[in-house]
Design a protein around this ligand. Structure first.
Ligand code: RNT
Ligand code: ZN
Length: 418
């Protein structure tokens, strides 16, 4: 009897000591936190015409069909969730609350503003993660929020951060799964800055105040996101990698590593073992920087594969929270989501199909050639047949047929949004 493509692949991996069935069921369990903000170019729903004013974040492109309301975004996310395999979560930004047509400023947000999303998550059977929104706001215009030297501005953002923690704990309690709260602030300067120490001291003091209140770990956990530079903060970023690494480890907080927040030649995957050795948990923002922090849609690049491999090799994958962070406004946004989620899942599956023990033994025994050659030989094993089998098991389209589904959705739904 002729073997199926999957059976042949399973045999090829079995020969090198890898169980493909096990790898598939493992990758299917790993939650991917899907960011709400690819759906509407980081616009949010604070005012009827919310847009990226006030700086801090930038999207490029004006492809038709972006979600204009919570209903449209939920519809789009339902489409996305239906087209990708595996375990999903929703990653929500504070600016996406349901404010019922009222203007609610950032220092006034309440847990109840997120009930609409909690109901939706219950219906979808997913958890929610959360983010404070410290950008696109008049009080972020001069480039500083939590590190501001203006006491009024700083107090405003401290209040926002405190409320976000309360909301995250509420969400986690409602949904029965810890809500990971990421804090990223745009603070920094375009040009030479003299009081770097002073700004960082203010940020530290703000964080200390924000984190004073304890919340149960089973409801919420805090992460702080590091960054090297941004548009408008080319010369100085207060919350740099060194700043937050120190802050996180001294204060028992989680670091958030965004793949777009380092020198483009820096190997982000190499950081993971150092972080997980000293910290209990880690949050990732999987992104694809092209020359800069451009937030391109994630595809299966070597950098992405290496991050997934390191997560698996440390043996601490269960302490890692995987979030995506890209926003491309120049292509079909639903397609962007599906490609990005699938790409990181493929990276995880690649990593799960690695005979780590064999490679580690060869390394320990000084068998450098065999190690390199085994690693190289892995690259031509029939990974795609294993991946396609997973899709079949979950009744999902393969990577080619999913394109048609997305184009169909564009015609039926997205093109009506003009
Ligand atoms: C910005 C950070 C941050 C944002 C989201 C929208 O450079 O990466 O994570 O992308 O909060
Ligand atoms: Zn990020």
């Amino acid at each position: 009897m002729e073997l199926t493509r999957y059976e042949r692949a399973r045999e090829a991996y079995r020969k090198i000591g890898v169980d493909t069935d096990e790898a598939i069921s493992h990758v299917a369990r790993l939650p991917i936190s899907i960011h709400c903000w690819q759906g509407d170019d980081v616009g949010g729903f604070e005012t009827p015409d919310a847009s990226l004013s006030g700086g801090g974040i930038q999207t490029t492109g004006n492809y038709p069909g972006k979600a204009r309301s919570i209903e449209e975004l939920q519809k789009d996310l339902e489409k996305v969730f239906s087209l990708v395999p595996g375990t999903k979560r929703l990653n929500l930004h504070a600016s996406y609350g349901d404010f019922k047509g009222e203007f609610v400023d950032r220092d006034q947000i309440e847990p109840s503003h997120y009930d609409t999303w909690i109901q939706w998550a219950k219906k979808m059977g997913v958890g929610i993660d959360f983010n404070g929104t410290f950008f696109s706001h008049p009080k972020a215009e001069d480039g500083y929020t939590l590190a501001s030297k203006d006491p009024e501005i700083r107090a405003f953002w401290i209040e926002h951060a405190k409320r976000c923690r309360k909301i995250a704990a509420y969400i986690g309690r409602q949904l029965g799964t810890p809500c990971i709260l990421d804090t990223w602030i745009p603070d920094g300067a375009k040009d030479v800055t003299f009081d770097r120490f002073g700004f960082r001291k203010i940020l530290k003091e703000s964080l200390d105040e924000i984190f004073e209140q304890e919340y149960p770990r089973e409801f919420m956990r805090d992460a702080v996101e590091t960054k090297l530079f941004g548009i408008g903060s080319e010369s100085f970023v207060v919350g740099s990698h060194e700043f937050y690494m120190n802050y996180a480890s001294r204060n028992n907080k989680m670091l958030c590593i965004d793949m777009g927040h380092f020198h483009t030649e820096e190997d982000v995957s190499d950081k993971i073992s150092s972080i997980l050795l000293f910290d209990d948990e880690l949050l990732l923002h999987i992104s694809r920087p092209v020359h800069w922090d451009s937030d391109h849609v994630v595809i299966l690049t070597d950098k992405v594969k290496n991050v997934a491999r390191e997560l698996l090799r440390t043996g601490k994958i269960d302490n890692v929270h995987i979030g995506l962070d890209f926003f491309d406004a120049s292509i079909n946004r639903i397609g962007a989501y599906v490609t990005g989620v699938r790409a990181f899942q493929k990276a995880l599956l690649t990593a799960l199909l690695e005979p780590v023990d064999t490679l580690v033994t060869l390394e320990k025994d000084g068998r450098g050639y065999e190690k390199l050659a085994t690693y190289e030989a892995l690259s031509t094993l029939p990974f795609g047949d294993v991946y396609d089998h997973w899709l079949e098991l979950e009744n999902k389209d393969d990577d080619f047929s999913v394109i048609e589904k997305i184009v169909e959705y564009e015609k039926k739904e997205l093109n009506r949004r003009r």
